[in-house]
Design a protein. Structure first.
Length: 156
């Protein structure tokens, strides 16, 4: 990189932290990952084992797990496996992108036109869809069956 080029820091790092960020970026990245995971909305429709929080936490656990040497049959340690490398810049870019999604930065910068949000053919479509997704996880088996039957009758 040329000397006159500047490196852009993520949105959440202020200018007073530049020197500190260079030396403690792995810890900073891990702290910000924990914050993003905690603040990310829970998707009640998606199974827990594939939720954002579960997947990202297991990814971070792999990155931060202590490296144990491989043990042969006679308990003689062999060479330790290589630890996963934490690419600080990549992690910070990912955190920055997710943070922008959490704060609705793109929705605020590029608002959806009212004609898209409320189409003339069915102005309540997206409101009904959101309502359906909110109700689905708490719906009983019988209520789910009734909804399915209503859908079949409507389709015929």
């Amino acid at each position: 990189m040329a000397a006159n080029q500047s490196v852009s820091l993520p949105l959440w790092i202020n200018h007073h932290q530049k020197d500190r960020a260079h030396h403690s970026a792995p810890q900073t990245a891990l702290k910000h990952w924990a914050r993003v995971i905690q603040q990310w909305p829970i998707d009640h429709v998606r199974p827990k084992h594939v939720s954002f929080q579960t997947v990202m936490q297991s990814r971070l656990d792999k990155i931060t797990a202590p490296i144990l040497p491989n043990i042969k049959a006679k308990d003689t340690p062999t060479s330790a496996s290589q630890p996963p490398v934490l690419d600080e810049d990549r992690e910070l870019r990912q955190i920055n992108a997710l943070d922008a999604l959490l704060t609705n930065a793109y929705a605020n910068k590029y608002p959806t036109p009212k004609t898209v949000r409320y189409p003339q053919s069915n102005p309540n479509h997206y409101d009904d869809l959101i309502k359906e997704l909110d109700e689905a996880p708490t719906r009983t088996w019988a209520a789910s069956l009734m909804m399915r039957l209503k859908g079949l009758v409507r389709m015929s």
